[in-house]
Design a protein around this ligand. Sequence first.
Ligand code: FAD
Length: 279
Amino acid sequence: MDLTSVRTVRVPRRRDETVCAPGEVVLGGGTWLFSEPQPGVTGLVDLTGLGWPPLTGTDAGVSIAATCTFAELAAMGRAALGPVTALVDACCEALLGSAKVQRAATVGGNVCLALPAGPMIALAATLDARALVWTPGGGERTEPVADLVLGVRHTGLRTGEVLRSIEVPRAALGSRTASRRLALSPLGRSGAFVTGRVDPAGQTVVVVTASTPRPYVLRFDAPPEPGELADAVHAIDDWYDDPHGAPDWRHAMTVLLAEQVRAELAAAPGIPAPPGGRA
Ligand SMILES: Cc1cc2nc3c(=O)[nH]c(=O)nc-3n(C[C@H](O)[C@H](O)[C@H](O)COP(=O)(O)OP(=O)(O)OC[C@H]3O[C@@H](n4cnc5c(N)ncnc54)[C@H](O)[C@@H]3O)c2cc1C
């Protein structure tokens, strides 16, 4: 769609050029920004010109650039991502866009848009990833992605802040993972998405997205029993209501999917080593 109020498109080459002036917004892949009218937006600041590498190995784990596209992430494969590759693939596939959308949509745009069905929110929350946020004036801060997303189209990003990357800790990369997704139609947007992982010590994380306005992270010191997990899901009192699913259906399906994720994680034979071999 033509954004008729836009007068300028800036492509920053340096960090200080990413600061938005009044009326400007940050542009990732534009798959949402260009999909509906943006009243009041007079300028775009295109982060893709900064040339951030999509994925960088660090001492602490891996750093996924905010500008990494779904297609780039899906192409990383096991050598870069280790055992969690299957979860990464499931989360990339959960955005049911054409190849063109997958090639443009970015990890950062998905998180910052903060839709309930944001699969990169599910991925980051499941892997205990932290958002590295550039703050105006040259500083930075980090925050769990699960806490950054506060509600539908609502994040904890403050004026002038830019999501730089998603930092995934190495320990999480050694986890076994499972996921289940449901939509009302075969190519529909997720109505319920449950993702989970168990680490080598048995600590288990189950994350509920799409059926709730924001991510819910359920943690267990040891693999939960069926009733324990069901109780934790039933304790959520915040089921989302939109054309992609009624709250009671989302609640019921989340209980079902969570049990399937639990059972798959419990049945997992061994814990493979993360990339680089360290847990
Ligand atoms: C066919 C189709 C299917 C879709 N399905 C889904 C779906 O299932 N789930 C879902 O969540 N979305 C879906 N979307 C919406 C959207 O495409 C995705 O959320 C996508 O990941 C957004 O990424 P983007 O890079 O295109 O963001 P953009 O459109 O560029 O930006 C989205 C928002 O994030 C802000 N932003 C972008 N990057 C940053 C950053 N680094 N720091 C701060 N703010 C930033 C922008 O200012 C804007 O407000 C779909 C879209 C289409 C066209």
